[in-house]
Design a protein around this ligand. Sequence first.
Ligand SMILES: [Zn+2]
Ligand SMILES: [Zn+2]
Length: 217
Amino acid sequence: MASNARLDHRNPFVFDTHELGRRPGALQRLTRTVDAPRDFGLQGVIEVPEGAPVELDLRLESVMEGVLVTGTARAQAEGECVRCLEPLQLDVEADFQEMFSYPDADDRGRVKAEPVDDAEEDEDRLLLEDGLFDLEPVLRDAVVLALPMQPVCQEDCPGLCSECGARLADDPDHHHDAVDIRWAALQGLAGTMSDGEKDEMSGDGPESARAAEKQEK
Ligand SMILES: [Zn+2]
Ligand SMILES: [Zn+2]
């Protein structure tokens, strides 16, 4: 196993299981608010800003081989809509469950029999260190999984105008004369009915200008 640096109980992501004890079945619930670490989320897409509060609800359960940790993390992530690029905020709620094993609880007897296999298994195994465990990597994975890969400001965000980049949600009737030639032609026919409409139409775009010109002849 890759033995990481010694855990420091002053690290807010490190939890102490001494109070829980090793008697299987013992339970402990705790809550803690921690500051989000760096790169907490999907980088460049949506993430919980560094230092933002992350509320943790944890349930520690003592089992034969270690401590089973079940919990929920709540935080607010920030990113931008993939369609219209507007900044957005999102409440994230990430559930997780992880087993932290006692280093000395190597499965009943077959401890060092097959060191190679053990090494492979240990890659996935999180261990308690002097009764402490580090929740940060578990939290990070859970939050990443809980975040949308393609966040949108609203479910039906229409995105940006492909012609000019205007945000369509702000301007649902937005259109360009170029894509409305046929409509403009119809309006031209109706134009004899109302002078006001004609003026609006000759606003911008060469097409409508031409249409207006035609009408004047
Ligand atoms: Zn949007
Ligand atoms: Zn446009």
